[in-house]
Design a protein around this ligand. Structure first.
Ligand SMILES: [Zn+2]
Length: 348
């Protein structure tokens, strides 16, 4: 399996995030991808290549122009406010909820920061745009490879993407790599593309982007949003809207879920993908379902990820894997590559 590696990922390196009332060291760190890269090399898993460069217009199928403009210029604006800001990450602290207006684009930087974000856990740093932009190139490159006949490809990148909406960041995510990959497959002429999100957290951004579309089916297994981030989306009664009604399916599971129930639920999600008649699959590959993940609550073991990969391969679809969450840093490489190895062994 070809891996598109984001060599700029460590340019995004947040110092602190708001967590349970205090600023704590970021969970989403460059070492996560370093461990996956090391494990790929250790197992000689396949070629690891840089992505191709795509024009910014490739992002506009998913993200709004004003959001992309904000992200690209945010760091320079931040430092222009105060030279000392160069040593501080950007974190929002005010948001336009409910009866406040989100149609106005304020000139105030903090106000725009809140307009384009959803939480205070996602620091924007000097290199965030460059890292996220190269990550999008990885996702687009992997989609191009799969759309051109490869059985599978892997976008190894951070920051992750599935919480990012058309016009907001959050949940450690800035550009929605899985959504970009799915749209790229559509643009290559595939009529029906499915997205399977197996991160512990619901992929709210991805769901929202495709919620009213019948050409991209979104299905997600995740911790019940009644208790788990992102809290405000990911419930079982969200089935799509308008032309997209019937093309969204959520599988919330309680904290403490182990692999037996998780795997049985995966089979149901895969049946939905088969019934949809998908011609290609994008997997939001989060590994925070692992037992011992510091920000999650399932109990999957490392060997379970081999079975997971085999089950996904059994869908028989050309597949793009996009790296998402997973914060048990020492194990994330083993677990991620176990999924890919299980997939390739079953696909052979
Ligand atoms: Zn997650």
């Amino acid at each position: 399996m070809l891996t598109y590696y984001n060599h700029l990922h460590s340019q995004h390196h947040g110092k602190l995030e708001m967590y349970r009332g205090e600023l704590v060291p970021c969970f989403e760190v460059p070492a996560r991808v370093d461990h996956v890269l090391a494990e790929l090399k250790k197992r000689k898993f396949g070629a690891i290549v840089p992505p191709e460069s795509f024009d910014d217009s490739a992002l506009l199928g998913i993200h709004s122009q004003r959001y992309l403009d904000f992200l690209a210029g945010a760091w320079d604006e931040w430092v222009a406010l105060d030279a000392a800001n160069a040593w501080r990450d950007v974190l929002p602290s005010v948001w336009p909820v409910r009866t406040l207006r989100s149609d106005v684009l304020p000139t105030n930087f903090a106000a725009r920061l809140g307009l384009f974000s959803m939480d205070a856990g996602t620091p924007l740093t000097e290199g965030t745009w460059d890292a996220a932009r190269a990550g999008a190139d990885c996702a687009l490159s992997a989609a191009q490879a799969v759309g051109s006949g490869q059985r599978a490809a892997f976008a190894l990148t951070r920051p992750p993407g599935h919480h990012a909406g058309a016009d907001f960041f959050g949940g450690y995510c800035f550009l929605n790599n899985a959504a970009l990959a799915a749209q790229a497959l559509r643009d290559q002429g595939l009529e029906r593309v499915a997205i399977l999100d197996i991160d512990y957290h619901h992929g709210n951004g991805t769901q929202a982007i495709f919620y009213e579309r019948a050409d991209v089916y979104f299905t997600s297994l995740h911790g019940d949003p009644q208790t788990e981030y992102p809290f405000y989306l990911g419930y079982a009664d969200e089935l799509g809207a308008g032309a997209g009604l019937g093309f969204n399916r959520n599988w919330p599971l309680p904290r403490g879920t182990g692999f037996e129930l998780w795997r049985a639920t995966l089979q149901q999600a895969l049946q939905g993908i088969a019934a949809f008649g998908a011609q290609a699959l994008v997997v939001s590959l989060g590994l925070d379902t692992f037992d011992g993940d510091p920000v999650a609550g399932f109990h999957l073991q490392s060997d379970d990820y081999l079975s997971m990969g085999a089950d996904i391969a059994a869908a028989g679809l050309p597949t793009v894997f996009v790296f998402e969450g997973g914060y048990a840093v020492a194990e994330v490489g083993i677990n991620a590559v176990n999924v890919l190895q299980g997939f390739m062994a079953a696909a052979a």
